[in-house]
Design a protein around this ligand. Structure first.
Ligand SMILES: O=c1ccn([C@@H]2O[C@H](COP(=O)(O)O)[C@@H](O)[C@H]2O)c(=O)[nH]1
Ligand SMILES: O=P(O)(O)OP(=O)(O)O
Ligand SMILES: [Mg+2]
Length: 211
């Protein structure tokens, strides 16, 4: 499903894997593997508009013209901690990407994002940024991360999350309508504690076995 710069995946494999992730009986190990797999599947769509250039190669039979992705121009930027889980699945498909890190946690009382780390590629302005965080809840973390990326000169940003909710999508689109959002699932709502319903709980805790 695609509308207003929002793509929600409808692929059966993505739907089945998201369901496995939601299950509270899924182990930390399985959860990490599912994040990996879904991120890889999403990468296929997120990178659909990458530019190609023609190259000449030689097969064992003959010379032919094929393609390579133009430039080495992607940066994957996870929002720590939970976003880290999405890096491997994308990086193995786009191995030339550089990886930046933005550390944010949500204050328990205010739900506002608090920044604790920022390390980004120096050539960020010339790269297409894929910003990743498994959960798009209030949208506060994504908005803060996009603000940081823009301050550092990023000109092309797309946001990829596994589970989002209408509140988070609306919040991000109100400030940054130009940023395409990719979700593996769009859930019903946020609860009074800022958790997505039905959601999957705290993605960072489920990835790293913390509470
Ligand atoms: O159900 C949820 C909701 C949030 N998270 C974590 O919080 C941030 C995103 O929250 P925002 O309110 O959109 O800032 C995200 O990084 C998750 O780590 C969660 O795990 N589960
Ligand atoms: O957004 P938070 O506070 O849940 O952060 P983390 O990803 O470290 O769990
Ligand atoms: Mg967390």
């Amino acid at each position: 499903m695609e509308q207003n710069n929002l793509t929600v995946f409808t692929h059966p494999l993505v739907k089945a894997k998201i369901t496995q992730m939601r299950d509270k009986n899924t182990t930390t190990k399985e959860f990490g593997e599912l994040v990996d797999e879904i991120s890889g599947l999403m990468c296929y769509e997120i990178t659909r508009d990458l530019e190609l250039e023609e190259i000449e190669i030689e097969t064992p039979i003959t010379k032919t013209v094929g393609y390579k992705v133009k430039g080495n121009d992607i940066a994957i930027v996870p929002i720590l901690r939970a976003g880290l889980g999405m890096v491997k699945g994308i990086h193995q498909l786009v191995p030339t990407a550089k990886i930046g890190h933005i550390g944010l946690y949500r204050d328990h009382d205010t739900l506002q994002p608090v920044e604790y780390l920022c390390k980004l590629p120096t050539d960020l302005p010339s790269r297409d940024v894929i910003l990743v965080d498994p959960m798009l809840a209030t949208g506060g973390s994504a908005i803060k991360a996009i603000e940081i990326l823009k301050e550092k000169g990023a000109t092309s940003i797309r946001l990829a999350c596994l589970v989002g909710c209408p509140e988070g999508v609306t919040a991000v689109q109100a400030v940054y309508p130009e940023v395409p959002i990719y979700l593996a699932a769009l859930d019903e709502k946020l609860n009074e504690n800022g958790y997505i319903v039905p959601g999957l709980g705290d993605a960072g805790d489920r990835l790293y076995g913390t509470k």
